[in-house]
Design a protein around this ligand. Structure first.
Ligand code: NAD
Ligand code: DAU
Length: 343
């Protein structure tokens, strides 16, 4: 597989996966496709463009003519799909674009994989399709039970992949991972949102009592797991990706305060805006992929430290985003009544 179409290449994990491919496979040509929504930025792909082995097409995955044109002109052999609407809070405000991209878009890519007889499609999903688990861990056999419009749309994409494989033998593999962190994450998600605000000595809005548990994965480990599943996974199967790093939101907020040397008084506990849709705990059993030879390479605490350092050293990247009018109006609308003068 020397020519790979990476959709969502201007986003957080998609851009990191392009970097991973270009670094680890010297003969690989990476073709990026991204709709450049609010979450996709050309600045995120600047370094990729310099390699000479990356080509970018602006466009939407649900536009079948766009997808077909790229596959034919670039002689694409495989698709790795990261393109998605990905933020739970936004999905609770309006879910229509989530259904368009996360369900219809996936169906278009599956159909293109079948029509052009590609070697493989890897669909990047999420542990959130399993819902919330109080005890034990999510395995690939755990029933799907999503609780937000975002996770329900991701579950819709997963089911399209399952049905396509059963009905047509489409060579699709699905991966499900927990909360990622690392460079180039859009600063609306917990870690980059809090880090960028703490750098500026601003308060951070912690939902409820901060007791929800997330199972954290460094983005490079996620990329390695995806790549392993792409090359060694069995068509039609699902593979969980995780690195056994569970902690509560309150715990991880304290780690950030400590890494940035900021006082506890910057935590503002707010009424939970996700209400009953806020999943309490995610916990991933990744033993299936580990049994196939993959393992995470980064320890949680050092990866968190280097992530904080990256945001300190790359203010040019996130300040361009946090100063945009659409970012400022989202933060003001969603958090304004809690953060008031400290927006
Ligand atoms: P992101 O929001 O940072 O990036 C998504 C990218 O997709 C953006 O560049 C956006 O412009 C693009 N996009 C949106 N709609 C599109 C469309 N219709 N056509 C083409 N491009 C479109 O998201 P992310 O955090 O990088 O997540 C990538 C994938 O990984 C998603 O499928 C998400 O569900 C999954 N995932 C994310 C995490 C996480 O913690 N961030 C964890 C597990 C799985
Ligand atoms: O588990 C995988 C999922 O992880 C991915 O599928 C999603 O795309 C990704 O966004 C992430 O979903 P979460 O909803 O868990 O991530 P988020 O960073 O938005 O929130 C993490 C936790 O922190 C969650 O319990 C809500 C809480 N939170 C979040 C924000 C933005 C806060 O307390 N305050 C905040 O301001």
């Amino acid at each position: 597989m020397n020519t790979i179409l990476v959709t969502g290449s201007a986003g957080f994990i998609g851009s990191n996966y392009c970097r991973y491919l270009l670094k680890n496979y010297p003969d690989c040509i990476v073709v990026g496709l991204d709709a450049l929504t609010y979450a996709g930025n050309l600045s995120t792909m600047q370094d990729l463009q310099l390699t000479g082995r990356f080509r970018f097409y602006p466009g939407r995955i649900q536009d079948d003519c766009v997808v077909a044109g790229i596959i034919q002109s670039e002689k694409v052999e495989a698709i790795v799909n990261f393109a998605a609407e990905s933020h739970n809070d936004r999905s609770l405000m309006d879910a229509s674009s989530f259904i368009q991209t996360d369900v219809t878009g996936v169906a278009v890519l599956l159909e293109a994989t079948r029509k052009f007889q590609l070697k493989r499609m890897l669909h990047v999903s999420t542990d959130e399709v399993y819902g919330s688990v109080d005890d034990g861990r999510f395995t690939e056999q755990t029933p799907i039970a999503p609780n937000t419009p975002y996770s329900a749309s991701k579950a819709g994409g997963d089911l399209q992949a399952r049905a396509h494989h059963i009905a047509y033998g489409t060579p699709v593999v699905v991966t499900r991972c927990g909360n990622n962190f690392g460079p180039f994450q859009y600063p609306e998600k917990l870690l980059p949102f809090f880090i960028s605000r703490l750098i500026d000595h601003k308060k951070v809005p912690l939902y409820g009592d901060g007791s929800q548990v997330r199972d954290w994965v460094y983005v490079e480990d996620h990329c390695g797991g995806i790549d392993h599943a792409l090359r060694h996974g069995n068509p039609g199967e699902v593979y969980n990706i995780g690195s056994d790093a569970e902690c509560t939101n309150l715990e991880i907020t304290h780690m950030l305060l400590s890494l940035l040397n900021r006082p506890e008084s910057l935590i503002r506990s707010i009424e939970d805006p996700r209400g009953g849709a806020h999943d309490r705990r995610y916990s991933i059993d990744a033993s299936k992929l580990k049994a196939m030879g993959w393992s995470p390479a980064h320890a949680f605490s050092s990866a968190l430290e280097s992530t904080v350092r990256w945001y300190l050293e790359n203010e040019w990247w996130w300040r361009e985003i946090t100063s945009k009018p659409d970012y400022l109006s989202f933060i003001k609308n969603y958090y304004g009544r809690y953060l008031q003068s400290d927006l």
